[in-house]
Design a protein around this ligand. Sequence first.
Ligand code: MEV
Length: 320
Amino acid sequence: MKLILKIFAKAPGKIIITGEHFVVHGSLALATAIDKGALVQAEAFEDIEILSKALGSYSSKKRQVPLSLKPTLEAIKATLEFIGEKKGVRVMIDSDLPVSSGLGSSSAVAVATVAAVASTLDHELSPEEMVNLAMVSERITHGRPSGIDVNVAVYGGVILFKIGEKPRQIKLDKDVEFIVCHSGIEHRTSKMVSKFSEMKKLYPNLFTSLVASSNYFTEKAAFALMNRDLTTLGAIMNFFHSVLSNFGMSTRELDQLIEKALEAGCIGAKLTGAGGGGCIIALPKSGEARVVAESLKRKGIDASIVKLPLEGVKVWQEKS
Ligand code: MEV
């Protein structure tokens, strides 16, 4: 019996704690990996084949590429080209991240895919190479991404990110628990990024000073997170939500979720990711995450506690 070598790669999703949108314009942003992500299985194959429950299927024999798989297909082609291989690959994608919801689903899929494809061809990519190849997919999905989502998926843990700089890892002595509430409404990141960028034209001076404030408060938020100063961290999260909301990034549903989370006793709450739908994150007082999440769930809210894993993308093999 012939042994088949299967390659697996898993990459985490993310939440942005502070600095989304401003990061596209040069500010620092603080983000962390979460305990949900994308699992990709890959094996050597004569063609390129992609199978995904959420995104559909593609075979290079058929040629028609569903729009949902174009970014993944281009990242696979870029990886094969980078390694200098003319072979094909079969890729199976599974993810427990909701799509278009601000939790980094597309980046987790892109990073796990390029890592698994390279490993199928006996090639280990460096973290920088993974970021660059996954960005091929992200640019098709989001237009002008900062790269923060992809960097979290590659490096894991909590990172301080700025365009053009190597991400700085933040070490936490003890886990901090965030609650994620999903509005159930999907958004288009590229649309929200364009809408936010319009503000730069409308209010150039205010915009420049808010990018500087985002940078300053993100540094403060990272320091507060490291020192478990939840009061300061919560206040900074509230500041970010009100600014993002004033720039039209929130929705009635997201604002209601924020109100409910604060009413339930959270210290801070804000939209996370692009906004216009998707999720909010809320910071409960120390030791209160479970009680708060349960009370939100009783009100019919899709609330869950996220753990902050240290690991970024991970690749392994199994024989079958
Ligand atoms: C999306 O997760 C975060 C945004 O800041 C866009 C980006 O950084 O690419 C809205």
